[in-house]
Write a protein that binds this ligand. Structure first.
Ligand code: NAI
Ligand code: ISE
Length: 338
């Protein structure tokens, strides 16, 4: 069976996911698209044999030809489409963030719990990256002993004009917030944001910033977020254990040695760095939709990331210093997920 997918939002990542669903992966077809930019949606549909452009996301979701929905519109619009997909009983892959507030994520948890079966997967692709998976395997195997700390770096060469101050947390650091919950298999209990001297390249943004995360088992995580670093897209992570350390390797395919120097490539952006991770993420999602299998990062994971990022935003802007994270009760539907 081919899974017929409807895509809401055909901007940068929407187009990239359509490309992988239609030309890279097996078992899926994109049959419907939409975008508030109707002209763009029509252009994208015209390039997809048999696909139509609908006026709204609701039309995509209710289209009987659509088996499953992919949401790639702006964050504040995610809640509406995820709730509509749950109401229609259709699996929905929602790009991060699941929704932009804790309350909106709670409404999604409530709706999915009432439905009684998981339909939602959130686009936290680091969990599918070969290097992050190898790092987690090293931690889980016990070879570096009990993990005590993790040092993370998340550097973007630049960000678009609409990128607001809070997005360093809600749009960028949210990847590490999800990743460390998965890496350590436990929740985050408190967060503090520290602000070094501002880069003149960041304009109005507080750039860079340092995010501290306290895990429930006592491990401490630091994350450098820089979003105007210019030289490339640089993602790093090192877990410090009692008996050793394990770090993500460099991802450049070749190293050039010349004139007493050596050099390798730093990826241009997230599309290049996580190319294969997105492919694996979507292949596993298509297979799960087709076979009725388990989905990846859940609405609970999306909710937990939202609660931690709300707390970090309070620490950053509210002058609150260290902010405790209170997740509240976890609905039983999500017992198996972290
Ligand atoms: P973008 O601005 O390039 O594309 C978003 C598209 O959604 C635009 O074409 C816009 O017109 C459309 N749109 C906005 N509201 C809509 C609505 N109500 N209905 C239909 N279409 C609507 O943004 P980008 O970079 O593609 O990001 C989209 C989402 O993907 C964001 O949530 C972002 O956080 C996430 N993202 C995830 C990445 C990852 O690494 N997993 C990487 C980049 C983005
Ligand atoms: C973007 O939305 C992403 O998700 C990228 O992975 C991240 O590196 C970037 O900072 C975000 O703006």
């Amino acid at each position: 069976m081919t899974v017929s997918v409807g895509v809401i939002g055909v901007g940068m990542i929407g187009k990239d996911h359509i490309r992988r669903l239609t030309t890279v992966l097996a078992g899926a077809a994109v049959v419907a698209v939409t975008d508030v930019n109707a002209e763009e949606a029509a252009t994208v549909a015209a390039g997809l044999p048999g696909a139509i452009a609908h006026p709204t996301g609701q039309d995509v979701i209710s289209d009987p030809a659509v088996d499953a929905v992919v949401v790639c519109s702006w964050g504040p619009t995610h809640e509406e489409y995820v709730l509509a997909a749950i109401a229609a009983g259709k699996p929905v892959f929602c790009e991060k963030p699941l929704a932009t507030t804790e309350e909106a994520c709670r409404r999604i948890l409530d709706a999915e719990s009432a439905f009684g079966r998981r339909l939602v997967q959130v686009g936290y692709m680091r969990r599918y990256d070969a290097s992050y998976r190898a790092l987690k395997a090293a931690v889980d195997s016990g070879e570096i002993g009990t993990p005590l700390m993790m040092h993370c770096t998340h550097r973007n060469p630049s960000v678009p004009g609409h990128y607001t101050k809070d997005m360093a947390i809600t749009d960028t650091a949210v990847h590490e917030i999800d990743m460390v919950r998965w890496m350590f298999g436990e929740e985050i209990v408190a967060t503090t944001v520290l602000t070094p001297r501002k880069s003149r390249l960041g304009g109005e943004l507080q750039d860079p910033l340092l995010l501290l995360l306290e895990m429930e088992g006592g491990a401490l995580i630091d994350v450098e977020i820089s979003v105007n670093i210019r030289y490339g897209y640089d993602i790093r992570g090192e877990v410090v254990g009692e008996e050793g350390t394990a770090a993500l390797g460099e991802s450049n395919p070749i190293v050039v040695r010349k004139n007493n120097m050596y050099s390798g490539r730093v990826p241009q952006d997230w599309r290049e760095r996580f190319l294969r991770a997105y492919d694996v993420e979507f292949q596993e999602w298509i297979d799960a939709v087709r076979d009725g299998g388990e989905f990846g990062p859940s609405a609970w994971d999306g909710y937990a990331a939202a609660v931690v990022s709300d707390a970090a935003v309070r620490s950053l802007f509210g002058g609150d210093g260290r902010v405790e994270v209170k997740l509240g009760d976890k609905p039983s539907l999500y017992d198996a997920t972290t």
